[in-house]
Design a protein around this ligand. Structure first.
Ligand SMILES: Nc1nc2c(c(=O)[nH]1)N[C@H]1C(S)=C(S)[C@@H](COP(=O)(O)O)O[C@H]1N2
Ligand SMILES: [Mo]
Length: 319
């Protein structure tokens, strides 16, 4: 993966007088919020309602905010800057190439070391496990980030339904392989299909969700529709899109990025500002829409919820 090359072009904070870039940043922020309000109105009329049924304030800057007070990125930003190598390695080219990719109906097969293997449709999953809103930070290993309001349900609920056997230790995720619709799959330098994995206790953590929607509406193809994994304390590539297989196994699964560059992309890939990528620092990141960079948080800001999973582990060795 390449480092956030956009920020190299756009991040002029070092050479622009501070007063100038601050006002430009403020301008870009309000422009982004305005665009977000338009997207909300156009694609998700019911989106202003929160989980508890209360109506969000009409001020678009309060429509979506994470628990740290970060406003969510606009729908426009989230759907036009994507990593999705099955389509293209250009993050600004995915939206166009994925425009006609069919995301519904969608099947996902849950099998392996379970008592109740089953192929579910996404409609079925949405009926069984009522999706809830989760506003999460998404931190790409390349050094950019987004704040995205997902609709999804804890993976633990699905695992509970299929009943992992006592032998199961890990979960393996596999993404759709559709070369007729995904031009990036013709690039044979990647070991397709895209695969990911989690330890079973990571998979069962309440933060780990399967997302079937975002911004109160459907999940666009470029963001992983019909259904995708979201693991917010890990680098973005762990959050595999367009899942077709979820397999319970008794070994640490291979992952696509680990297979390509094992010294750069470990199995854990927890967001960690103290462990640099071999080719760049992970101490800071650029939120899409911002000009300047911000500090990257340990476990992407979710340490209280997930720190227990890694107690006693050397996080430099287990990168
Ligand atoms: N199937 C699949 N899933 C994927 C990827 C991919 O190339 N293919 N890219 C990953 C990376 S590197 C990131 S940063 C996130 C980006 O998710 P987003 O486009 O919804 O923000 O998706 C992840 N999931
Ligand atoms: Mo990424």
């Amino acid at each position: 993966m390449d480092k956030d090359y956009q920020s190299l072009k756009i991040d002029r904070s070092e050479i622009t007088p501070k007063s100038l870039y601050l006002s430009r940043r403020d301008f870009m922020r309000s422009a982004a919020l305005a665009a977000g309000a338009v997207a909300l109105a156009a694609c998700a009329p019911g989106a202003a309602k929160s989980i508890d049924g209360s109506t969000a304030p009409t001020d678009p800057s309060n429509a979506y905010m994470d628990e740290l007070g970060n406003p969510a990125n606009s729908f426009q930003q989230t759907t036009n800057y994507n990593n999705y190598y099955e389509f293209t390695t250009n993050p600004q080219g995915v939206a166009r190439l994925a425009a006609n990719f069919p995301t519904s109906p969608w099947d996902v097969n849950v099998y392996g070391l379970v008592n109740n293997p089953k192929t579910f449709t996404v409609d079925e999953l949405n009926q069984l496990f009522t999706p809830e809103e989760r506003i999460y930070r998404m931190r790409c290993v390349e050094g950019w980030s987004l704040v995205i309001p997902w609709l999804g349900f804890p993976l633990s609920k699905l695992l509970e339904a299929v009943e992992p056997t006592s032998e199961a230790t890990h979960v393996r995720f596999e993404t759709v392989f559709a070369p007729d619709e995904m031009p990036g799959l013709k690039n044979l330098s990647y070991p397709w299909p895209y695969q990911e994995g989690l330890r079973l206790d990571e998979a069962n953590n309440d933060l780990t969700i399967l997302a079937t929607g975002m911004y109160g509406g459907e999940l666009p193809a470029q963001n992983g529709g019909g259904i995708r994994l979201v693991v917010p304390w890990k680098y973005g590539f762990k959050s595999a899109k367009a899942l077709v297989k979820i397999e319970l196994v008794d070994y640490q699964p291979d992952t696509l990025w680990n297979a390509i560059a094992p010294n750069e992309y470990g199995f854990y890939s927890n967001v960690n500002p103290n462990v640099d990528h071999p080719r760049w620092s992970q101490a800071t990141e650029r939120r899409i829409g911002d000009t300047d960079r911000r500090l990257t948080l340990m476990f992407n800001g979710y340490e209280d919820q997930v720190g227990y999973l890694y107690e006693g582990m050397d996080l430099k060795e287990n990168y």
